[in-house]
Design a protein around this ligand. Structure first.
Ligand SMILES: C[S@@+](CC[C@H](N)C(=O)[O-])C[C@H]1O[C@@H](n2cnc3c(N)ncnc32)[C@H](O)[C@@H]1O
Length: 303
């Protein structure tokens, strides 16, 4: 992008900037070089990504080019694109993101899909009391609230910084009347037998797996959003135990996990007679991605 003797006279149009940057990101090892270049250039120009195609021959101002150069430099040093532009799309909604929260992933949309399916199967139910545990940016809570007007959601996180961001997203999508944010350790502070659903994308990476994560993730996303402990199952095991107390009879636990621990979590739920209709849901890549289970009716002496 600095130009050389053969190309110096050619203007740095949007098309040329995109081509150069795509090639550069390819060499840097990005798995989505063209997309990264488009998102960053659109951000520097103040355009929607789609606008770039109508403006291929436009040459951005020096100020825009300088802003773009800085974004390209940071991306080449592995900073995630979503943090560089401060936003990420999830379930077709835009969310503010920052290094205080995990960047919402496409796989996590399955949590929303499974929750909305169950809500829609019960159209006559006036209100669903839901907890989004480990809410981070608030993406699960907001997406469910947007699509299910009869949902009331407590969105919980241990991190005050993540909750600040979630609060911006709750306001952005105008769901503050039904999404209540709370700082806490999982759902320990929630009343027993008060929830219709527990939704969660908790930390589920093991200490050993963390070391082998892509540098984009390991060096930039919050470790407390990723790592659960030695096995990766520590937080989910606690959440299963707490959910068995906090869910109403027939309530659902819908929890994201990694394929590495899916069978172990499935076995735990299957062996526990408090749970029924236990299943694993696969993501679009065919990987085991969610554990879903329904709380069986409590025996009379347990109520
Ligand atoms: C994997 S991120 C999920 C964020 C968001 N729900 C998503 O899907 O993008 C996990 C989140 O759990 C939070 N967290 C970690 N341990 C927790 C705990 N014991 N109780 C509540 N939140 C916790 C982290 O701060 C982080 O925001």
């Amino acid at each position: 992008m600095s130009g050389n003797s053969t190309t110096q006279s050619e203007p740095w149009t949007i098309q040329r900037l995109l081509q150069w940057t795509t090639d550069y990101f390819k060499k840097c090892g990005s798995s989505s070089p063209r997309l990264d270049a488009e998102v960053l250039l659109a951000d520097a120009c103040g355009y929607q990504r789609i606008d770039l195609y109508a403006k291929f021959n436009e040459e951005p101002t020096e100020e825009v080019k300088s802003k773009f150069r800085e974004l390209v430099r940071r991306r080449a040093a592995n900073e995630p694109v979503a943090y560089l532009v401060g936003k990420k799309e999830f379930y077709s909604l835009s969310f503010f993101v920052s290094p205080a929260c995990l960047i919402p992933r496409g796989e996590t949309e399955h949590v929303v899909i499974e929750a909305l399916d169950r809500i829609k199967q019960n159209p006559s139910k006036q209100e669903f009391q839901i907890a989004d545990v480990c809410t981070g940016s608030g993406c699960i809570a907001v997406a469910v609230a947007k699509h299910a007007p009869n949902s009331r959601i407590i969105a919980i996180d241990l991190s005050a910084e993540a909750l600040e961001l979630a609060s911006r997203n709750v306001e952005l999508h105008a769901v503050q009347d039904r999404v209540h944010l709370q700082q806490g350790d999982l759902i320990e502070s929630i009343d027993d037998q008060s929830l219709d659903m527990v939704l969660s994308n908790p930390p589920y990476v093991s200490d050993a797996e963390f070391e082998s994560l892509d540098r984009n993730v390991r060096d930039h996303e919050p470790k407390m959003a990723l790592v659960a402990g030695a096995t990766g199952r520590e937080i989910i095991d606690r959440l299963i135990e707490q959910s068995a107390a906090k869910l109403k009879d027939g309530g659902w636990l819908i929890c994201e996990l990694s394929p590495m621990i899916a069978d172990a979590i499935h076995a735990t739920l299957e062996a526990d007679k408090r749970w029924t209709r236990v299943s694993l849901v696969r993501d679009l890549a065919g990987k085991k991605r969610l554990a879903v289970a329904q709380l069986a009716p409590r025996s009379p002496d347990h109520v």
